[in-house]
Design a protein around this ligand. Structure first.
Ligand SMILES: Cc1cc2nc3c(=O)[nH]c(=O)nc-3n(C[C@H](O)[C@H](O)[C@H](O)COP(=O)(O)OP(=O)(O)OC[C@H]3O[C@@H](n4cnc5c(N)ncnc54)[C@H](O)[C@@H]3O)c2cc1C
Length: 363
């Protein structure tokens, strides 16, 4: 989010300094793990659809600007009980915004995508344009374009405090003090310390990700044959998978992670975490469940309603923007969020209804 804001602000001709306590492509926050899903029939809420549509366009622009692939179209499918949150939500968003999609019976899913084996009482909402972003490449590309537009980025420098007044902001790091007209706070899992008002609102949890070698029929799981998939495997409980880009089928449980201090994360997955996802693959994608090749631990920063925070700070609306756009589903939106933040700081009219992303909605 920070990289996308730096890029959008620099291209809006603002003089920008980006500060990160770690260097880009690090695996300590929420943006590592080689792949991220981007999808359009957004089950979480229809309000995300116009924003993700803009993101698709802006990722394409970024690809053209840096000349490297950042996105692969695989198609996507949302699988679960017909009256469950996932299928109902995906259909509602698709119908509200005319997202090309089709609803498949369980047998239809199995016939079209033999790697996916839903239960008979499940259906699939298949959407065309979903696919995969490569987050590390996306971040490198955002930095490259931002610095080309004049931004300066300092890595390995942690912000330890900031103040704001009518004149602007002061930002303190261990060795320096910076003055600026405005600041964007986009610290991911560390937002609770950067914005103390959010300390009791945000919950940071560990979220393991795993890569499995298909046991048989690897051709079922190639990016051209296998869509990204979201599954409601029990009421309001989800897991997701991405096709095999040469490093195995990726799978993870969505939410259900253990609360954690972002500075004290055990980066090894536990036997229980491995067993949970292995069991889900055994049940729903049995051919994908071969050898577990690799696991990593990533962090979600969740709001109570699992929607984002994209807002100006209520005490300093002209100086401070707050972006805590994680809740486990933010990456795909980063380019559009950069643009939204540039508008917010310029006092420009909002392109979307942002009321559901207000920082103060939790009282
Ligand atoms: C396992 C997993 C799977 C996911 N899958 C998807 C998906 O398929 N699709 C999707 O759209 N989203 C997905 N997400 C969510 C998405 O990746 C996150 O919403 C997004 O990456 C969050 O970005 P961020 O900028 O908020 O956090 P980060 O990328 O972690 O960035 C925060 C940055 O702030 C820096 N920072 C923090 N504190 C300070 C400080 N005091 N001073 C200086 N710098 C500081 C950190 O060093 C860090 O670089 C997933 C997340 C995880 C963990």
């Amino acid at each position: 989010m920070g990289s996308a804001c730096v890029d959008a602000l620099a291209r809006a001709k603002r003089r920008v300094l980006g500060i990160d306590r770690f260097a880009p492509r690090h695996a300590l926050g929420s943006s590592h793990g080689r792949t991220r899903i981007i999808r359009e029939a957004y089950f979480e809420h229809p309000a995300y659809v116009p924003i993700v549509r803009r993101s698709f366009d802006l990722w394409r622009d970024l690809e053209r600007a840096v000349g490297g692939p950042l996105y692969t179209k695989t198609g996507g499918i949302n699988i679960g009980p017909e009256d469950g949150m996932l299928v109902r939500g995906a259909r509602a968003s698709a119908e509200a915004f005319g997202v090309p999609h089709r609803v498949l019976s369980a047998a239809g899913v199995r016939r079209h995508f033999p790697g996916l084996q839903p239960l008979d009482d499940m259906v699939g909402v298949e959407e065309e344009r979903a696919g995969v972003l490569f987050p590390e490449e996306c971040i490198t590309a955002l930095h490259a374009r931002a610095t080309r537009a004049g931004a300066e980025v300092r890595c390995g420098e942690a912000v330890v405090g900031w103040t704001a007044s009518g004149d602007g902001v002061r930002v303190f790091t261990a060795g320096a003090e910076y003055r600026a007209a405005q600041i964007v706070l986009a610290g991911g899992a560390w937002m609770r310390t950067l914005v103390p008002e959010l300390a009791d609102v945000l919950k940071v949890v560990r979220q393991p990700i795993h890569w499995f070698e298909p046991s048989i029929h690897p051709e079922y799981f190639t990016p051209t044959q296998c869509p990204v998939s979201l599954w409601e495997y029990a009421a309001d409980r989800f897991f997701y998978t991405l096709p095999d880009f040469g490093d195995g089928v990726k799978a993870g449980v969505h939410y259900e992670g253990q609360p954690v201090d972002p500075d004290q994360v055990d980066r090894r997955t536990s036997p229980d975490e491995d067993a949970q996802v292995t069991d889900l693959l055994r049940r729903f994608m049995p051919h994908a469940k071969g050898h577990l090749r690799e696991s990593q631990v990533c962090l979600y920063t969740n709001t109570p309603d699992l929607h984002f925070i994209i807002d100006v700070h209520p005490a300093y609306p002209a100086q401070v923007a707050v972006v805590s756009a994680c809740s486990g589903h933010g990456f795909k939106f980063a380019t559009a969020i950069g643009e939204i933040v540039a508008d917010l700081l310029a006092g420009a009219p909002a392109r979307y209804d942002l009321s559901m992303f207000r920082m103060t909605r939790f009282g």
